[in-house]
Write a protein that binds this ligand. Sequence first.
Ligand code: GLU
Length: 306
Amino acid sequence: MDMKDVLDGVWSDVSAHLGEGKVADYIPALAKVDPSKFGMAVMTVDGELFTMGDAEEPFSIQSVSKVFTLTLALGRVGEAIWKRVGREPSGTPFNSIVQLEHEHGIPRNPFINAGAIVVADTLLSGHEPRETLGEILSFMRHIAGDDSLTIDREVARSEQQTGFRNAALANYMFSFSNIHNPVEKTLGVYFHQCALALNCVQLATAGLFLANRGRLVSGHTVVSSERARRINALMLTCGHYDASGDFAFRVGLPGKSGVGGGILAIAPGKAAMAVWSPGLNANGNSATGTRALESFARRTGWSIFG
Ligand code: GLU
């Protein structure tokens, strides 16, 4: 298969759809992003890189960060994390609070906001927010193989000033004793992890361990192959909020989206793909990014469903 031909084909499928969807404007700093941007990077398990469009322009990875903080939290507390967060699809929007009351403050999964706030709280315990963010940043730099990667403070501040729903989720879970640190500190970690700025090349490189049985291209082990498999299972079932089923149906690969318009998708044993297109569909997932991955999966035949 000639990957360049595949990407040319993807481009012909998406070029008429650039700028579709609506840029997230509930975080003011994200509302300024040009909706016509589009980038894609494919990093294979053999270390070959293919790119297209704005693949080297950094964007706010937002909820894609939840995959990486979950990886760190599993390393820190292991299976104990599943006492504080579930692993079932929620069928509700990313910032929903309704299930939390019925389920006694235990979020459905680590990829909805409530679940990711619990994961951030796990990483914060025993540390100051600055140290936890330092740990997250060095992990990201390590797996992306790029020390220049940073957190966009303006985006973090912008979300801190407007994150009333996330504050409600965190306070509510605190009342069930499922947040162990002061709420402002836990939210501070969460907002800053969401504000990590990566480009498609860095994101595909950072996600490669999930396609490569837990290993980086260098062969260095990040997690066991069993853990990589389980994180992929969660991405498939929960990675796109209440559109996770639709993403599995259209693309057929584990994926995690963010409201910055990025999506990380994993073809186990083959490659990690990152796409970025800021316009979102009604479920808060990149409209053209999903279209690109649908085209990519069809052209490569890389669905996990055969
Ligand atoms: N920082 C965003 C929020 O908490 C993340 C949501 C997303 O990317 O889906 O609202």
